[in-house]
Design a protein around this ligand. Structure first.
Ligand SMILES: Cc1cc2nc3c(=O)[nH]c(=O)nc-3n(C[C@H](O)[C@H](O)[C@H](O)COP(=O)(O)OP(=O)(O)OC[C@H]3O[C@@H](n4cnc5c(N)ncnc54)[C@H](O)[C@@H]3O)c2cc1C
Length: 771
């Protein structure tokens, strides 16, 4: 029995933790940073004030995780972020293709508690800190009301990934809140005060069809939305409520301290919307719907942004500027909203989105405070102007930056450096290298790793795909949109004429306009440079078209790095095209289609000079659609060689960057042969999990739970042809094999199984290490 005698005052229970890094905030930025740091070998305390992880992506808020893939609605091909965030999304896809937010919670929790180097404190809110010097944090204080315990968290390094920047704020770090003027950074898209200041909060709700009439009596606090919400719009009962992201409010308030008031206003709107849906008579189909869930804490978009040694601005995003210290990338549009949100004028769009022609790098100097020496910043609070934040704020981008912070923290601990000191060139190269090894993609960089034993091996393969033809399958399809087949140009194609043969069907004689296009930047996939235009006369019925292209005469590409070409066929309603069931790593068809979810209306064409580019959108269609065009190539495409597995790139960029086996090869194998026996402790393999697939985590169902390109079965043999490792049922991008005892062998043979009859086995990368 415990008896509390009368006393003047008591202190709560106090628990003290010391670690290398304290990460505050368990959103995806903090979580991916903590896992990356822990896996790299340092001790981490991850403290978050919520009962589950994931921040805005958790079941508490239910936003889908997106980043540069942008719902597949812009021209960023193969742009899903790599590293831990990729692992989480791929795992979620495998277990949860129907996007249940509760399952996503379990995946995040599982991944964190599986890391022995992480101490996880849930339901624990950081509220105070102490400094050892004016510019150095010594410890933060946190409190968990569930166990009535106060925590003192001591570390040499802290990462603020709390969304509102509680640590940075308390520590006196320089920050901004609200939109900059156009003049400050020369950002032409910077909003005028009448339009924008901060992005507001939103609350989501879920509805459910219970198959019988359900009555709804609104709470007295619900707004009459017909009076209060000028922008009230249509409601699609099939969407079960959750796409009403535009129920947004608070952009002119203090989005930190007024959050509770903002939430109340949003509840009034949400219940008012539901009342309107149920009781206005305009939605008879909603009769059997009930409210299943309403958010209790709002999704926050914007509050403080902290100042680092570099501030990302609009021009970095639009011009895709390269920085010596790029450690992450973004690719969501610059997505700003009217500050009045749901209460803004009729006719005012709820968002204003402008895309870049490709992904852009985010420098390391955006990820630490410029005046608090041991403070990293991650997530939506990184050092970015309001306009650039409009793009960098989304969760996969935030998570990718968080990973860079996690790895930076590890290097700081290892080298005894502070975050700013790590920004020196020599250290940045080491940071980028360690990140690339985890699968983190960084624009314009490839992994150069002299510890990797594969670099000095002789590589051979049982076969290499030399693609002569994408074989026709099924009936020819009418042209709903203009279509383009993307295919990688081999170096020879820049010097010598090549031929593409295909067989369009015409309902009657007609002309078909065909263009050969490339991108103005090697790693971009915006077909903004038209090299050749050919108009082909078609006869009724099946036509056999031989297109000859001679790129040697084009100054633009002569001597350039070979990249993707787009065989572009303009829409013609009298024409049907033949597609192929064959899917191959690094080959895609794209369509000049519309995707309103990301403000893609086929072409981006700003009327005013707002500092963004005019260009067309050419995007893939989601499976099961989006097949390759049936085409023949002369000469055949020989870009899938075995040497690709050590070119330092783990996804398609300007070329597929993969070894792809021949379809006819019944046992595809790659052999690494050394001149003398090697001691090998670790093997790292990178597979194709379709980096083009956005893998949205809520609301959307996905047609498959394993990516069709991904090799599931792998066997690894030593120089005695003994099996030393085996992977079964793989669905992940990166697999690491660590041998209990170092093995000695002069060769390794990696045997892969084709994923399916339509998809040949492929491998982006293999690396081997002695330790
Ligand atoms: C309605 C809406 C729609 C959006 N749409 C998308 C979208 O479609 N896709 C997309 O990717 N992004 C979207 N965003 C943006 C995105 O959700 C945020 O920018 C993103 O969550 C930022 O990630 P973060 O890790 O910085 O913050 P958060 O996800 O907010 O995570 C921060 C975490 O820190 C915790 N925390 C806060 N204070 C403390 C404290 N004192 N102590 C301990 N822990 C603390 C919070 O509880 C939270 O768990 C949207 C945002 C909103 C609001």
């Amino acid at each position: 029995m415990i008896k509390g005698e009368v006393t003047e005052k008591r202190a709560p229970k106090n628990v003290f933790y010391t670690s290398d890094l304290v990460v505050v905030g368990g959103g995806l930025a903090g979580l991916c940073g903590a896992i990356t740091a822990a896996r790299a070998g340092i001790k981490v305390v991850l403290v978050t004030d919520r009962p589950v992880l994931g921040g805005n992506s958790s079941s508490e808020v239910r936003l889908w995780v997106l980043g540069a893939t942008s719902h597949m609605g812009n021209n960023n091909r193969w742009a899903r972020e790599g590293g831990v965030i990729d692992e989480l999304l791929v795992e979620n896809m495998y277990r949860n293709p129907d996007s249940n937010p509760l399952i996503f919670d379990t995946i995040l929790l599982e991944k964190v508690v599986s890391e022995p180097n992480i101490t996880l404190l849930l339901n624990t809110s950081v509220y105070d800190l102490e400094k050892s010097e004016a510019d150095t944090i010594a410890k933060v204080y946190a409190f968990c009301s569930q166990n009535s315990t106060q925590y003192e968290l001591v570390a040499p390094l802290f990462c603020d990934a709390s969304g509102d920047g509680i640590v940075g704020f308390l520590a006196g770090a320089a920050f901004r809140m609200g939109a900059e003027s156009k003049e400050e950074f020369g950002e032409k898209f910077a909003p005028a005060k009448e339009y924008g200041e901060l992005l507001g909060h939103s609350l989501y709700f879920y509805s459910k069809d219970v198959g019988k009439p359900i009555k709804f009596v609104a709470p007295s606090f619900a707004h009459d939305v017909t009076q209060k919400v000028p922008k009230f719009r249509s409601f699609n009962t099939n969407e079960f409520g959750c796409r009403l992201w535009w129920i947004e409010y608070g952009g002119r308030l203090d989005t930190v301290h007024d959050t509770e008031a903002i939430k109340w206003e949003l509840w009034k709107v949400v219940y008012g919307v539901w009342n309107y849906i149920k009781n206005s008579g305009n939605f008879p189909e909603a009769e059997t719907l009930t409210l299943e869930w309403v958010g209790h804490i709002p999704g926050k978009r914007e509050s403080r942004r902290f100042e680092g040694d570099y501030m990302l601005i609009q021009q970095d995003v639009v011009e895709q500027r390269a920085h010596y210290d790029d450690v992450a990338f973004g690719g969501w549009s610059i997505d700003l909203h009217p500050a009045d949100g749901v209460f803004s004028e009729i006719g005012q769009s709820s968002c204003n989105q402008w895309h870049s022609k490709g992904i852009y790098g985010i420098p390391y100097r955006c990820f630490y405070s410029k005046n608090v020496n041991n403070l990293f910043i991650a997530g939506r609070i990184i050092s970015a102007s309001h306009v650039a934040f409009g793009s960098s704020r989304v969760m996969a981008t935030s998570a990718h930056g968080g990973q860079a912070v996690g790895m930076a923290a590890k290097l700081c601990i290892e080298k005894g450096l502070l975050p700013r000191q790590l920004s020196e060139k020599e250290h940045i190269v080491a940071l980028q290298k360690e990140l690339l090894k985890t699968g983190q993609h960084i624009p314009n960089l490839r992994l150069e790793d002299d510890q990797d034993l594969v670099q000095k091996a002789e590589i051979s393969a049982s076969s290499e795909l030399v693609l002569e033809e994408l074989m026709p399958s099924g009936e020819p399809q009418p042209m709903e949109f203009s279509v383009a087949q993307m295919f990688p140009l081999a170096a020879e194609a820049l010097q010598n004429p090549f031929k593409v043969i295909f067989h369009p069907y015409a309902d009657e004689s007609t002309d078909l306009q065909i263009e050969l296009r490339v991108s103005s930047k090697t790693d971009n996939h915006t077909p903004d440079v038209v090299l050749e235009i050919q108009t082909i006369s078609l006869q009724k019925g099946r036509n056999c078209i031989h297109l000859v292209f001679d790129l040697s005469k084009h100054a633009l590409v002569t001597g350039a790095t070979p990249s993707y070409a787009f065989l572009t066929i303009h829409k013609n309603e009298k024409v049907k095209l033949q597609y192929s069931n064959q899917r191959i790593t690094g080959l895609l068809s794209v369509f000049n289609l519309v995707n309103k979810a990301v403000s893609n209306y086929g072409k981006q064409a700003p009327i005013d000079d707002i500092g963004v580019d005019t260009f067309e959108f050419w995007c893939p269609q989601r499976r099961p659609a989006g097949k390759n065009l049936a085409l023949k190539f002369e000469p055949s495409l020989a870009v899938f060689g075995a040497q690709e597995v050590r070119n330092g790139l783990q996804r398609p960029t300007h070329r597929p960057n993969a070894w792809v086996a021949d379809y006819e090869d019944t046992q595809p194998q790659l052999t690494l042969q050394w001149s003398e026996p090697q001691s090998i402790k670790k093997i790292v393999l990178h597979f194709d999990t379709d980096f083009d697939h956005p893998m949205e985590t809520v609301l959307m169902s996905h047609p498959e739970n394993e990516m069709p390109f991904c090799v599931k079965t792998v066997k690894i043999l030593n120089d005695q042809q003994q099996m030393i490792a085996e992977i079964k049922d793989n669905h992940q991008s990166q697999r690491i094999i660590i041998f209990e005892h170092t093995i000695t062998t002069q060769s390794l043979t990696i045997v892969l199984a084709h994923p399916s009859v339509h998809v040949p086995a492929s491998l982006f990368e293999v690396r081997c290490y002695e330790a």
